[in-house]
Write a protein that binds this ligand. Sequence first.
Ligand SMILES: *Cc1c(COP(=O)(O)O)cnc(C)c1O
Length: 395
Amino acid sequence: MSNFYPYGKQSIDEKDIEAVINTLKSDFLTTGPKVKEFEDRICDKTGSNYCVAVCNGTAALHIAAISLLNKGEKVLTTPNSFLATSNAIIYADAVPVFVDINEDGNIDLDECEKRIKKDRDIKAIFGVHFSGNPLNQDKLRILKEQYKIKILEDCAHSLGASFKTEENTVVKAGSCKYSDLSILSFHPVKHITCGEGGAITTNSKELYDKMMILRTHGMQKHDFKNENMAFDKFGNVNPWYYEMQNIGFNYRITDFQCALGISQLEKLDNFIERRREIAQYYGKAFENNEYIKPLYKFDKGSAYHLYVIKIDFERINKTRAEVIQELNQKGVGTQVHYIPINKQPYYKNAGYGKENTPVMDKYYSECLSIPMYPALTDNDLSFILKTINEVVNIK
Ligand SMILES: *Cc1c(COP(=O)(O)O)cnc(C)c1O
């Protein structure tokens, strides 16, 4: 096989490599200056006030969830995500409630509003900007301001995306304009990578302070409770002293990962531009296709982490497994995003799986993510398209 195109892939250049090497030669491999620098750059890019960088997106979700949620609270969330989104709700001893999606793959916020009106135990929403397409910010605003719902936006797919509100203001993914917290992932398939990495953005100083402590074992060096141990007889803080008031974790990210992240972030705009070009190309190519439909029409606000098509498998008389295998043999990688989380055995054992989610169920039966990453050339794209058309067998 000459070439294989996975559904997603990182782009690493010499500058990235140099940035990592320089940090490896510096005094700090971890807990050094690159972490704060990376956090500041993420704030610049997203427009948020605070950022906590951590070792992966799941760790970001974990400390975000325990900072935001109280035990037993019900949290509306989507079945159309990676497992980590709803798992985080469970880490916080809160209760996920799965809500159906819209045609675009995002959680149905109108349905969320209906549920919130009926059930006072619902305190929060964990939504995902699925495939890079931000949640409707006009609707989030109502839920936040009118219903005082706590909101976490999972922006693992949407760094670099934006949403234009009815009043024509542009809300950037990760800015937390109408949410309490947003999380990012820097896994290699995402927009920028640290190898592994994640971050939480917020405009709340209180949540920021909590998460900074949770990132490092729950250790803090201020607001001491053991005053007799913290201070000497002159009232000065003992220099060695730290306190653990809540259980925390070691979710730190290294300086060389952050150096890679900083270098990658400089290329984000170009990466997103290319992703949008690719989306436009695919969109045109499938425009009049009877068997293949793009998940949504070209959207210039989407950051296009994924490019999802819906295939009418019954009409082409092939199963999805057959299509995936044939494409794979010809060098085109695909993936299914996502298996409904509420149907996973763990969740079924906990009483989930029977929710009324007709849109999700239909979506899941049709969806396929095809190659989408900035390094794809026009030649690559025409090969991928030709191959898809061969396999889906259009007469
Ligand atoms: C990738 C991803 C995560 C988790 O990120 P990791 O860095 O892999 O832990 C969470 N939510 C969504 C929607 C993701 O795509």
